[in-house]
Write a protein that binds this ligand. Sequence first.
Ligand code: ZN
Length: 312
Amino acid sequence: MELLMMQPVFKEAIWGGKKLREVFGYEIPSEFTGECWGISGHKNGESSIVGGSCDGMTLSRLWQEKPEWFGYYPGTQFPLLVKIIDAKQDLSIQVHPDDTYANEYEHGSLGKTECWYVLDCEEGTEIVIGHYAKDKEEMEAMIRKQEWFRFIRKIPVKKGDFFQINPGCLHAIKGGTLILEIQQSSDITYRVYDYGRLSNGKPRPLHIEQSIATIKAPFEPSVQIPVIEILEGAIHTHMIHCRYYSVDKYDVHGEFIHEFVSYFTNASILEGEGTINGIPVKKGNHFIIPHGYGTCRFKGEFSMICSNPETE
Ligand code: ZN
């Protein structure tokens, strides 16, 4: 049993920048790189394993061939997707469907529940979460009349904030924000409003009807209160537990010993460096701790976000 170190996949976008190189040292394809898919078994961008007995193998193939490494988690595809997003410009205002809607209208795809940990953002930055329509009817009217200023709810954001975005929640990251996103492995996004921007000379497609069908109204905020505990060698912050995943942050100082008991654990190093059972890890590394890996002896000074898939 071994740690599965991942080779990320990069995605360019009109709103992307170059912080993935400047902050994390990744080799990015251009100055408009929006996303690093650090742990992905999704067909639109598959990460593969680097080193060890599975060197070069894609995560989706490993999922098929070694289900025991994933604790026989149910499902035909790797369930989660871990990304870092560099928004140099505003992202489109968007919404995601739930499993039922996606399965019916998007060829059996998973729906998308996602969450964000804010790695960094510029002073005075806001984030779009929710809307001000009082019911479905008003929501539809505001969208059709393009009353974006009245409709869209913006709140201030700062480094270290955490947000859960359930299906049906209108959302968008604004320019100047760097986040780690953990989500169901789905690439289905309904764009409601794109600030009238052009990509290669034309506007990107909007999905008005699907958005109206899936946006929940009125908006109900999902309140997360992180639970912090001081352990020997680490500060543990439990961020969330929902039906698809749980998310925990570990700030390791010195030596921290832990055994993960879930199906398997995704891990991303956000800051610093150190070792895990003697294997060096540093800022920007993404890896999977397989099922039954046993005790992890973490050494060093680093921050790490872990996510575990859940079942209902
Ligand atoms: Zn989203």
